[in-house]
Design a protein around this ligand. Structure first.
Ligand SMILES: Cc1ncc(C[n+]2csc(CCOP(=O)(O)OP(=O)(O)O)c2C)c(N)n1
Length: 362
Protein backbone atom coordinates (compact mmCIF):
# COMPACT_ATOMS: atom_id res chain seq x y z
CA UNK A 1 0.00 0.00 0.00
CA UNK A 2 1.29 3.48 -0.83
CA UNK A 3 1.96 5.99 1.91
CA UNK A 4 -0.72 8.26 0.37
CA UNK A 5 -3.37 5.61 0.96
CA UNK A 6 -2.05 4.90 4.44
CA UNK A 7 -2.33 8.57 5.27
CA UNK A 8 -5.99 8.65 4.19
CA UNK A 9 -7.12 5.45 5.89
CA UNK A 10 -8.81 5.64 9.27
CA UNK A 11 -7.72 3.39 12.16
CA UNK A 12 -9.01 -0.17 12.00
CA UNK A 13 -10.81 0.38 15.30
CA UNK A 14 -12.33 3.61 16.66
CA UNK A 15 -9.82 5.40 18.88
CA UNK A 16 -10.73 4.82 22.54
CA UNK A 17 -8.59 6.23 25.36
CA UNK A 18 -10.97 5.56 28.26
CA UNK A 19 -13.17 2.49 27.84
CA UNK A 20 -16.71 1.96 29.05
CA UNK A 21 -15.48 0.73 32.45
CA UNK A 22 -13.46 3.91 32.96
CA UNK A 23 -10.15 2.15 32.28
CA UNK A 24 -7.51 4.20 30.39
CA UNK A 25 -5.68 2.70 27.39
CA UNK A 26 -2.46 3.83 25.76
CA UNK A 27 -2.65 4.59 22.05
CA UNK A 28 0.26 4.78 19.60
CA UNK A 29 -1.00 8.02 17.99
CA UNK A 30 -3.03 9.83 20.64
CA UNK A 31 -2.32 10.98 24.20
CA UNK A 32 -4.82 11.27 27.03
CA UNK A 33 -6.01 14.88 27.40
CA UNK A 34 -4.84 16.79 30.47
CA UNK A 35 -6.54 16.57 33.85
CA UNK A 36 -7.83 20.16 33.40
CA UNK A 37 -9.37 19.37 30.00
CA UNK A 38 -11.10 16.26 31.36
CA UNK A 39 -12.46 18.12 34.39
CA UNK A 40 -13.76 20.96 32.19
CA UNK A 41 -15.22 18.34 29.89
CA UNK A 42 -16.94 16.62 32.82
CA UNK A 43 -18.67 19.88 33.80
CA UNK A 44 -19.80 20.41 30.21
CA UNK A 45 -21.11 16.84 29.93
CA UNK A 46 -23.19 17.20 33.08
CA UNK A 47 -24.57 20.51 31.86
CA UNK A 48 -25.22 19.08 28.38
CA UNK A 49 -27.13 16.10 29.80
CA UNK A 50 -29.25 18.38 31.97
CA UNK A 51 -29.94 20.64 28.96
CA UNK A 52 -31.10 17.65 26.90
CA UNK A 53 -33.34 16.33 29.62
CA UNK A 54 -34.84 19.71 30.47
CA UNK A 55 -35.52 20.51 26.80
CA UNK A 56 -37.25 17.13 26.40
CA UNK A 57 -39.37 17.88 29.49
CA UNK A 58 -40.37 21.25 28.00
CA UNK A 59 -41.61 19.49 24.87
CA UNK A 60 -43.81 17.25 27.02
CA UNK A 61 -45.18 20.37 28.74
CA UNK A 62 -46.00 21.89 25.33
CA UNK A 63 -43.52 24.75 25.78
CA UNK A 64 -41.17 23.67 23.01
CA UNK A 65 -42.37 22.49 19.57
CA UNK A 66 -39.77 19.82 18.98
CA UNK A 67 -36.46 18.67 20.43
CA UNK A 68 -34.06 16.24 18.77
CA UNK A 69 -32.27 15.04 21.89
CA UNK A 70 -28.56 14.24 21.92
CA UNK A 71 -28.86 12.32 25.20
CA UNK A 72 -25.96 9.84 25.10
CA UNK A 73 -24.13 11.86 22.41
CA UNK A 74 -23.00 14.61 24.79
CA UNK A 75 -19.31 13.65 24.52
CA UNK A 76 -19.41 14.29 20.75
CA UNK A 77 -21.26 17.56 21.22
CA UNK A 78 -18.95 18.88 23.92
CA UNK A 79 -15.70 17.73 22.29
CA UNK A 80 -16.67 19.38 18.99
CA UNK A 81 -16.61 22.80 20.64
CA UNK A 82 -13.88 22.25 23.22
CA UNK A 83 -11.29 21.77 20.48
CA UNK A 84 -12.14 25.08 18.78
CA UNK A 85 -10.52 28.46 19.32
CA UNK A 86 -12.54 31.65 19.64
CA UNK A 87 -12.16 32.64 15.99
CA UNK A 88 -13.18 29.22 14.64
CA UNK A 89 -16.66 28.43 13.30
CA UNK A 90 -19.18 25.75 14.20
CA UNK A 91 -21.79 24.55 11.68
CA UNK A 92 -24.37 22.52 13.63
CA UNK A 93 -27.41 20.43 12.69
CA UNK A 94 -30.78 20.34 14.49
CA UNK A 95 -29.37 17.67 16.87
CA UNK A 96 -26.45 19.77 18.04
CA UNK A 97 -28.04 22.16 20.56
CA UNK A 98 -25.65 21.00 23.28
CA UNK A 99 -22.67 21.90 21.07
CA UNK A 100 -24.12 25.35 20.57
CA UNK A 101 -24.63 25.91 24.29
CA UNK A 102 -21.13 24.59 24.92
CA UNK A 103 -19.85 27.22 22.52
CA UNK A 104 -21.32 29.88 24.81
CA UNK A 105 -24.61 30.70 23.11
CA UNK A 106 -27.45 31.59 25.49
CA UNK A 107 -29.60 28.47 26.09
CA UNK A 108 -32.87 30.27 25.38
CA UNK A 109 -31.51 31.74 22.16
CA UNK A 110 -30.30 28.26 21.23
CA UNK A 111 -33.82 26.83 21.45
CA UNK A 112 -35.53 29.68 19.62
CA UNK A 113 -35.45 27.94 16.23
CA UNK A 114 -36.82 24.70 17.70
CA UNK A 115 -39.74 26.63 19.18
CA UNK A 116 -40.83 27.48 15.66
CA UNK A 117 -39.59 31.04 15.36
CA UNK A 118 -38.54 32.29 11.91
CA UNK A 119 -34.94 33.07 12.82
CA UNK A 120 -32.07 31.14 14.37
CA UNK A 121 -32.41 32.87 17.73
CA UNK A 122 -28.79 33.90 18.07
CA UNK A 123 -26.43 36.11 16.14
CA UNK A 124 -24.26 33.66 14.15
CA UNK A 125 -21.39 36.16 13.96
CA UNK A 126 -21.21 36.79 17.71
CA UNK A 127 -20.26 33.23 18.63
CA UNK A 128 -19.22 32.06 15.17
CA UNK A 129 -21.97 29.46 15.15
CA UNK A 130 -24.03 29.06 11.96
CA UNK A 131 -27.80 28.60 12.29
CA UNK A 132 -28.81 25.00 13.01
CA UNK A 133 -29.46 23.23 9.74
CA UNK A 134 -32.58 21.07 9.41
CA UNK A 135 -32.18 20.22 5.71
CA UNK A 136 -29.60 17.45 5.85
CA UNK A 137 -26.00 18.31 4.89
CA UNK A 138 -26.84 21.70 3.35
CA UNK A 139 -24.66 23.28 6.06
CA UNK A 140 -21.58 21.50 4.70
CA UNK A 141 -21.00 23.47 1.47
CA UNK A 142 -21.64 26.64 3.52
CA UNK A 143 -19.04 25.54 6.06
CA UNK A 144 -16.55 24.91 3.26
CA UNK A 145 -17.28 28.36 1.83
CA UNK A 146 -16.52 30.03 5.17
CA UNK A 147 -13.30 28.02 5.53
CA UNK A 148 -12.23 28.75 1.96
CA UNK A 149 -12.89 32.47 2.40
CA UNK A 150 -10.90 32.54 5.65
CA UNK A 151 -7.99 30.84 3.92
CA UNK A 152 -8.05 33.32 1.04
CA UNK A 153 -7.94 36.14 3.61
CA UNK A 154 -4.95 34.56 5.32
CA UNK A 155 -6.83 33.94 8.60
CA UNK A 156 -6.09 30.82 10.63
CA UNK A 157 -9.77 29.94 11.12
CA UNK A 158 -10.87 26.29 11.29
CA UNK A 159 -14.48 25.29 10.63
CA UNK A 160 -16.09 22.38 12.47
CA UNK A 161 -18.90 21.02 10.29
CA UNK A 162 -21.26 18.57 12.00
CA UNK A 163 -23.31 15.95 10.18
CA UNK A 164 -25.19 12.74 11.00
CA UNK A 165 -24.66 9.28 9.48
CA UNK A 166 -27.76 9.77 7.30
CA UNK A 167 -26.44 13.12 6.13
CA UNK A 168 -23.40 11.42 4.57
CA UNK A 169 -25.67 9.98 1.85
CA UNK A 170 -26.62 13.46 0.66
CA UNK A 171 -25.07 14.98 -2.45
CA UNK A 172 -24.09 18.05 -0.44
CA UNK A 173 -21.81 15.90 1.73
CA UNK A 174 -19.88 14.68 -1.31
CA UNK A 175 -19.73 18.07 -3.00
CA UNK A 176 -18.49 19.68 0.20
CA UNK A 177 -15.72 17.11 0.70
CA UNK A 178 -14.62 17.34 -2.90
CA UNK A 179 -14.47 21.14 -2.98
CA UNK A 180 -12.77 21.30 0.40
CA UNK A 181 -10.11 18.80 -0.65
CA UNK A 182 -9.34 20.47 -3.98
CA UNK A 183 -9.08 23.91 -2.38
CA UNK A 184 -7.43 22.77 0.88
CA UNK A 185 -10.20 24.34 2.95
CA UNK A 186 -9.52 24.11 6.71
CA UNK A 187 -12.65 22.16 7.62
CA UNK A 188 -13.14 19.28 10.02
CA UNK A 189 -16.14 17.24 8.89
CA UNK A 190 -17.39 15.54 12.02
CA UNK A 191 -19.88 12.70 11.56
CA UNK A 192 -21.84 11.63 14.60
CA UNK A 193 -22.73 8.12 13.58
CA UNK A 194 -25.56 7.34 15.99
CA UNK A 195 -26.58 4.27 13.94
CA UNK A 196 -29.93 5.69 12.81
CA UNK A 197 -31.40 8.19 10.39
CA UNK A 198 -34.85 8.35 11.97
CA UNK A 199 -35.89 4.67 11.39
CA UNK A 200 -33.19 3.79 8.84
CA UNK A 201 -30.33 1.80 10.42
CA UNK A 202 -26.74 2.32 9.28
CA UNK A 203 -26.66 -0.99 7.38
CA UNK A 204 -29.41 0.35 5.08
CA UNK A 205 -27.61 3.67 4.73
CA UNK A 206 -24.09 2.79 3.69
CA UNK A 207 -22.04 -0.21 2.56
CA UNK A 208 -18.72 1.57 3.20
CA UNK A 209 -16.35 -0.17 5.70
CA UNK A 210 -16.86 2.90 7.90
CA UNK A 211 -18.15 6.41 7.24
CA UNK A 212 -14.62 7.74 7.82
CA UNK A 213 -13.56 5.71 4.75
CA UNK A 214 -15.76 7.96 2.63
CA UNK A 215 -13.00 10.59 2.63
CA UNK A 216 -10.59 8.40 0.64
CA UNK A 217 -12.20 8.99 -2.74
CA UNK A 218 -11.79 12.72 -2.29
CA UNK A 219 -8.29 12.67 -0.83
CA UNK A 220 -9.52 13.60 2.65
CA UNK A 221 -7.87 11.74 5.55
CA UNK A 222 -10.35 9.97 7.83
CA UNK A 223 -10.23 8.91 11.47
CA UNK A 224 -12.63 7.10 13.78
CA UNK A 225 -13.25 7.63 17.46
CA UNK A 226 -15.39 6.03 20.14
CA UNK A 227 -18.18 8.61 20.29
CA UNK A 228 -18.87 7.99 23.97
CA UNK A 229 -15.29 8.55 25.08
CA UNK A 230 -14.69 12.24 25.68
CA UNK A 231 -10.93 11.67 26.05
CA UNK A 232 -10.60 9.92 22.68
CA UNK A 233 -12.80 12.50 20.97
CA UNK A 234 -10.79 15.41 22.36
CA UNK A 235 -7.58 13.78 21.16
CA UNK A 236 -8.83 12.86 17.66
CA UNK A 237 -10.79 16.05 17.00
CA UNK A 238 -7.98 18.15 18.52
CA UNK A 239 -5.52 16.54 16.12
CA UNK A 240 -7.87 17.04 13.17
CA UNK A 241 -8.30 20.74 14.03
CA UNK A 242 -4.53 21.15 14.36
CA UNK A 243 -3.96 19.49 10.99
CA UNK A 244 -6.56 21.68 9.29
CA UNK A 245 -5.08 24.80 10.89
CA UNK A 246 -1.57 23.78 9.84
CA UNK A 247 -2.63 23.86 6.16
CA UNK A 248 -3.14 20.11 5.69
CA UNK A 249 -6.61 20.61 4.22
CA UNK A 250 -9.93 19.09 5.29
CA UNK A 251 -10.18 16.23 7.77
CA UNK A 252 -12.96 13.70 8.29
CA UNK A 253 -13.75 12.26 11.71
CA UNK A 254 -16.42 9.67 12.45
CA UNK A 255 -17.62 9.16 16.00
CA UNK A 256 -19.27 5.84 16.80
CA UNK A 257 -22.14 6.53 19.14
CA UNK A 258 -25.82 5.69 19.47
CA UNK A 259 -29.10 7.56 19.52
CA UNK A 260 -30.48 6.10 22.76
CA UNK A 261 -33.72 8.07 22.56
CA UNK A 262 -36.25 8.46 19.74
CA UNK A 263 -35.36 10.67 16.74
CA UNK A 264 -37.53 13.44 18.21
CA UNK A 265 -40.62 13.60 20.38
CA UNK A 266 -42.63 12.98 17.18
CA UNK A 267 -41.04 9.54 16.69
CA UNK A 268 -41.76 6.16 18.31
CA UNK A 269 -38.50 4.19 18.14
CA UNK A 270 -40.13 1.00 19.49
CA UNK A 271 -41.69 0.56 16.04
CA UNK A 272 -38.34 -0.18 14.41
CA UNK A 273 -35.88 -1.38 17.08
CA UNK A 274 -35.87 -3.61 20.14
CA UNK A 275 -34.86 -2.71 23.69
CA UNK A 276 -32.12 -5.36 23.70
CA UNK A 277 -30.32 -3.31 21.07
CA UNK A 278 -30.52 -0.12 23.15
CA UNK A 279 -29.61 -1.53 26.57
CA UNK A 280 -25.89 -2.26 25.91
CA UNK A 281 -25.46 1.35 24.82
CA UNK A 282 -26.76 2.59 28.16
CA UNK A 283 -23.74 0.86 29.73
CA UNK A 284 -21.46 2.80 27.38
CA UNK A 285 -22.75 6.13 28.66
CA UNK A 286 -20.18 8.92 28.16
CA UNK A 287 -20.72 10.51 31.57
CA UNK A 288 -20.56 7.25 33.51
CA UNK A 289 -17.18 6.21 32.10
CA UNK A 290 -15.53 9.61 32.54
CA UNK A 291 -16.84 9.84 36.11
CA UNK A 292 -15.40 6.40 36.93
CA UNK A 293 -12.03 7.39 35.46
CA UNK A 294 -11.92 10.71 37.32
CA UNK A 295 -12.84 8.96 40.58
CA UNK A 296 -10.15 6.34 40.10
CA UNK A 297 -7.58 9.08 39.52
CA UNK A 298 -8.71 10.75 42.77
CA UNK A 299 -9.64 13.90 40.82
CA UNK A 300 -13.35 13.84 41.57
CA UNK A 301 -13.67 15.91 44.73
CA UNK A 302 -16.59 17.89 46.15
CA UNK A 303 -15.47 21.07 44.38
CA UNK A 304 -15.63 19.39 40.98
CA UNK A 305 -19.07 17.94 41.69
CA UNK A 306 -20.35 21.23 43.10
CA UNK A 307 -19.12 23.24 40.12
CA UNK A 308 -20.69 20.83 37.63
CA UNK A 309 -23.96 20.71 39.55
CA UNK A 310 -24.24 24.47 39.87
CA UNK A 311 -23.70 24.95 36.10
CA UNK A 312 -26.32 22.26 35.41
CA UNK A 313 -28.83 23.80 37.83
CA UNK A 314 -28.24 27.18 36.20
CA UNK A 315 -29.01 25.94 32.69
CA UNK A 316 -32.12 24.09 33.89
CA UNK A 317 -33.42 27.24 35.60
CA UNK A 318 -32.66 29.33 32.51
CA UNK A 319 -34.73 27.01 30.32
CA UNK A 320 -37.55 26.62 32.84
CA UNK A 321 -37.93 30.32 33.55
CA UNK A 322 -36.88 31.82 30.24
CA UNK A 323 -38.87 29.83 27.74
CA UNK A 324 -41.97 31.94 27.50
CA UNK A 325 -45.15 30.95 25.65
CA UNK A 326 -45.14 30.54 21.89
CA UNK A 327 -43.39 33.30 19.95
CA UNK A 328 -45.76 35.53 17.97
CA UNK A 329 -44.92 34.75 14.36
CA UNK A 330 -46.27 36.40 11.24
CA UNK A 331 -46.52 33.94 8.32
CA UNK A 332 -45.60 36.78 5.96
CA UNK A 333 -42.12 36.76 7.52
CA UNK A 334 -41.49 33.51 5.63
CA UNK A 335 -40.95 35.55 2.50
CA UNK A 336 -39.50 38.72 3.96
CA UNK A 337 -35.96 37.79 4.86
CA UNK A 338 -34.95 35.25 2.23
CA UNK A 339 -33.42 37.79 -0.17
CA UNK A 340 -32.52 41.46 0.28
CA UNK A 341 -34.93 42.15 -2.59
CA UNK A 342 -37.93 39.90 -3.03
CA UNK A 343 -38.16 37.90 -6.24
CA UNK A 344 -41.28 37.87 -8.40
CA UNK A 345 -41.90 34.25 -7.42
CA UNK A 346 -41.74 35.03 -3.72
CA UNK A 347 -44.07 38.02 -4.18
CA UNK A 348 -46.59 35.72 -5.85
CA UNK A 349 -46.27 33.09 -3.13
CA UNK A 350 -46.68 35.73 -0.40
CA UNK A 351 -49.82 37.06 -2.11
CA UNK A 352 -51.18 33.51 -2.45
CA UNK A 353 -50.66 32.82 1.27
CA UNK A 354 -52.21 36.18 2.21
CA UNK A 355 -55.37 35.34 0.20
CA UNK A 356 -55.49 31.84 1.69
CA UNK A 357 -55.28 33.16 5.25
CA UNK A 358 -57.87 35.86 4.54
CA UNK A 359 -60.22 33.20 3.17
CA UNK A 360 -59.72 31.07 6.28
CA UNK A 361 -60.52 33.99 8.57
CA UNK A 362 -63.61 35.01 6.60
C1 LIG B 1 -32.57 17.11 2.65
C2 LIG B 1 -33.40 16.42 3.70
N1 LIG B 1 -33.97 15.25 3.41
C3 LIG B 1 -34.73 14.62 4.35
C4 LIG B 1 -34.92 15.19 5.58
C5 LIG B 1 -35.79 14.49 6.62
N2 LIG B 1 -34.97 14.03 7.73
C6 LIG B 1 -34.89 14.74 8.87
S1 LIG B 1 -33.87 14.05 9.97
C7 LIG B 1 -33.52 12.76 8.95
C8 LIG B 1 -32.57 11.69 9.39
C9 LIG B 1 -31.18 12.21 9.55
O1 LIG B 1 -30.36 11.26 10.13
P1 LIG B 1 -28.85 11.54 10.47
O2 LIG B 1 -28.21 12.36 9.41
O3 LIG B 1 -28.22 10.25 10.78
O4 LIG B 1 -28.90 12.47 11.76
P2 LIG B 1 -29.53 12.20 13.21
O5 LIG B 1 -30.95 12.69 13.15
O6 LIG B 1 -29.43 10.76 13.51
O7 LIG B 1 -28.73 13.05 14.12
C10 LIG B 1 -34.23 12.87 7.75
C11 LIG B 1 -34.17 11.91 6.65
C12 LIG B 1 -34.30 16.44 5.83
N3 LIG B 1 -34.40 17.05 7.00
N4 LIG B 1 -33.54 17.02 4.88
Amino acid sequence: MTTVEEHLLPSAEPVCLIDQHGVPHEHPSYDLPTKEALLDGYTELIRGRRFNDQASALVRQGRLAVYPSSHGQEACQVAATMVLKEGDWLFPTYRDSVSIVSRGVDPIETLTLLRGDWHSGYDPYEHKVAPQSTPLATQLPHAVGVAHAARLRGEDTVVMALVGDGGTSEGDFHEALNFAAVFHAPVVFFIQNNEYAISVPLARQSAAPSLAHKGIGYGVPGERADGNDLAGLLAVLGQAVNNARAGEGPQLVEAHTYRVQAHTNADDATRYRQDDEVTPWLDRDPIQRLTTYLEQQGWMDDDVRRRAESRAVQVTAQLRDGLMPEPAVDPADLFKYLYAEQTQQLREQAAFLRDELAREEA
